[in-house]
Design a protein around this ligand. Structure first.
Ligand code: ADP
Length: 614
């Protein structure tokens, strides 16, 4: 068995791996960047090694530095987590060449699943159903157009080297095919250095269903049933569950044994996931579920599988990497109950899900029977702009789907994070969506209906009463607007917005200090309103404030310039996303502080537009 393990990752997954490694008696070594010097995974590990600046390409993607850290600390094995170097075959090979144990599959398995066309061919040969389409060598545009017609529109053109949702074009009509092909090839060459494409039947209302597989070095391969990850926002998973709703035993058997065949075809060792796409327009049917890709690592959503099987997947990874056989055979594995996981993100649904970064002054998780929180942060920690802004995975289980769903809702509703904004309320709303409740989710649900779910909630009257009671002391109320007794109200600032709140109880009340209103998974700052208060909306007075910390990448106007309402003033970049700020009304640039290339804090005054005086 491995005695000491280096975790080449950060955040919740590093903490998750440390937990099991420690329980198995291993010494744990963390690696960290500048931004992560105080991170939870660093605090939890027995030892920690600094590997470079905050940017991932200078730290967590630096295989050499990670190998040096393993050497310096005497670590015998490296667990890559997910993301970063976890599916990098060269790094896996370098770890083994350095005489260390790689907690993952053989590099050849990673490579075999790397290109979409080669992976599909391999799967077809192994008897795994693949999405109908063309995946051959011939890249002649006229030939490909002919294939598309034969497959039948709509079709999807995919770059064989594509990933992360990039390099795909959906085409509905034959006349649009040539242009879509050219643009897909251009993107493929510039992003992946490989212009080859394949063509697939485009599945309407697709469901994303994946199977957890596990192999060892003794030729055993088992599956640990399926997960359904159909609730997605822009191809990113939002809520995952196991098992998949509507999956009957025969379909499950067909799907899971296809997944085992897929894993066997690449001599798979360790934890892996076979992703399938299902056309669920007529329920889940075995002849309408096709191989999509294989993830050759531990998956973010692995806890739902752990909940329904009782298996600790990280423990299995470490045992298999040590050379042991799988602890259980296929017929010793069974699924029990239901589990659901929600990804709690530091982001603001009301601002188009922009990352919300900063210090977590308040971090409270709601509890529920059978609840589990996997997090990589603590109260007082920073959500930094350098990494994925996930705060935690919130996992609930129950005897039935409905029980798990309700418990997850309770956990999300009891969550409170401040001043960083989260998607807790959005997640709780998604759980209540009638189609989700009915187990009929397809990957497009949030794109169709998500706007309603992203509406920011208002604190309930009961929560406001609790908070104002806390705020108010029995002193004469001065400077607050009073209605006639007994129905009195006062103006408060609720997250900076002036709000009139009815006061209860007798006597004249005077708010002092500030407090948080905690309700429905959200937290609001409630403070007394002062005449010089900073309430009101930022744009109505022409102030262009930075909505988040980030970098100014371009400034499109100069001081004194005349601008039109909606005109682009400047562009910010944060978390690799661009955010354009526009003029709130016609006017003139009265103040310009933004400089291209500079870093800005949240709420920094970037520019001010003044209405033009006629
Ligand atoms: P990537 O490697 O970029 O993640 P995938 O091939 O895994 O690309 O596909 C990403 C997403 O695109 C899937 O999760 C699914 O939502 C959608 N998708 C993929 N193939 C199809 C298809 N044939 N029809 C409809 N949607 C698809």
């Amino acid at each position: 068995m491995i005695n000491s393990l280096l975790i080449a990752n950060r955040g919740e997954i590093a903490c998750r791996v440390i937990r099991t490694a420690r329980a198995m008696g291993m010494r744990t070594v963390a690696v960290y960047s500048d931004a992560d010097a105080d991170a939870l995974h660093v605090r939890q590990a027995d030892e920690a090694v600094h590997i470079g600046p905050s940017a991932v390409r200078e730290s967590y993607l630096q295989g050499e530095k990670i190998l040096a850290a393993a050497k310096a600390t005497g670590a015998e094995a490296i667990h890559p987590g997910y993301g970063f170097l976890s599916e990098n075959a060269e790094f896996a090979q370098a770890v083994m060449d350095a005489g260390l144990v790689w907690v993952g599959p053989n590099p050849s398995s990673i490579t075999a699943m790397g290109l979409k066309d080669a992976a599909k061919k391999l799967m077809a040969e192994a008897g795994v159903p693949i999405t109908p389409g063309y995946m051959g060598e011939n890249q002649d545009p006229a030939f490909l157009a002919g294939e598309a017609t034969q497959i039948g529109y709509p079709v999807l053109i995919k770059a064989v080297a594509g990933g992360g949702g990039k390099g795909m074009r959906m085409v509905e009509r034959a006349e649009d095919f040539p242009d879509a092909l050219l643009s897909c090839q251009r993107e493929a060459v510039s992003s992946f250095g490989n212009g080859h494409v394949l063509i697939e039947k485009y599945i309407q209302r697709p469901r994303h269903i994946e199977v957890q597989v596990f192999g060892d070095r003794h030729g055993n391969v088992v599956h640990l049933f399926e997960r359904d990850c159909s609730l997605q926002r822009r191809h990113q998973k939002v809520i995952e569950e196991a098992p998949a709703p509507g999956m009957d035993a025969a379909t499950r058997e067909a799907l899971c044994s296809a997944a085992v065949r897929a894993a066997r075809a690449v001599d798979y060792v360790g934890a892996g996931t076979i992703e399938f796409i299902a056309d669920a327009s007529d329920g889940l049917r075995a002849d309408r579920i096709w191989f999509m890709e294989m993830n050759t690592r531990l998956q973010v959503e692995h806890p739902v599988t752990e909940a329904i099987t009782g298996v600790d997947l990280v423990e299995w990874q470490l045992r298999v990497a040590s050379g042991e056989a799988l602890p259980l055979s296929q017929d010793q594995l069974s699924l029990r109950g239901w589990a659901m996981e929600a990804r709690l993100y530091a982001e603001d649904p009301a601002k188009g899900f922009l990352p919300s970064i900063g210090r977590l002054e308040l971090l409270l998780f709601g509890g529920a029977t059978g609840g589990r929180i996997d997090t990589g942060v603590y109260q007082g920690a920073e959500v930094s702009p350098f990494y994925d802004p996930m705060i935690a995975k919130v996992i609930a289980q129950g005897a039935t789907r409905n029980e798990a769903r309700q418990r997850l809702g309770e956990m999300l509703g009891g969550t409170a994070v401040w001043p960083v904004k989260t998607n807790a309320f959005f997640l709780a709303r998604a759980l209540e969506h009638p189609e989700f409740v009915a187990g009929q989710v397809d990957t497009g649900l949030i794109a169709r209906d998500g706007e309603a779910m992203a509406v920011p909630p208002h604190p309930s009257a009961a929560a406001m009463r609790r908070a104002t009671r806390e705020l108010i002391s029995n002193q004469p109320l001065a400077g607050f607007r009073l209605n006639s007794e007994p129905a009195r109200s006062a103006i408060f600032l609720l997250d900076g917005q002036a709000t009139e709140i009815a006061l209860e109880g007798g006597g004249s009340d005077r708010p002092a200090g500030s407090t948080l209103v905690i309700d429905q998974g959200q937290a609001w700052l409630l403070a007394p309103w002062r005449q010089d208060g900073t309430g009101g909306s930022a744009s109505s007075d022409g102030q262009i404030l930075s909505p988040m910390p980030g970098r100014v990448i371009s400034v499109e106007v100069s001081a004194g310039a005349i601008v039109k309402k909606g005109q682009r003033l400047l562009t910010l970049e944060a978390m690799k996303m661009e955010h354009t700020l526009t003029a709130p009304f016609d006017g003139v640039i009265a103040e310009l502080n933004a400089v291209a290339g500079s870093q800005v804090q949240v709420d920094a005054l970037l520019a001010r537009v003044e209405k033009e005086v006629q």
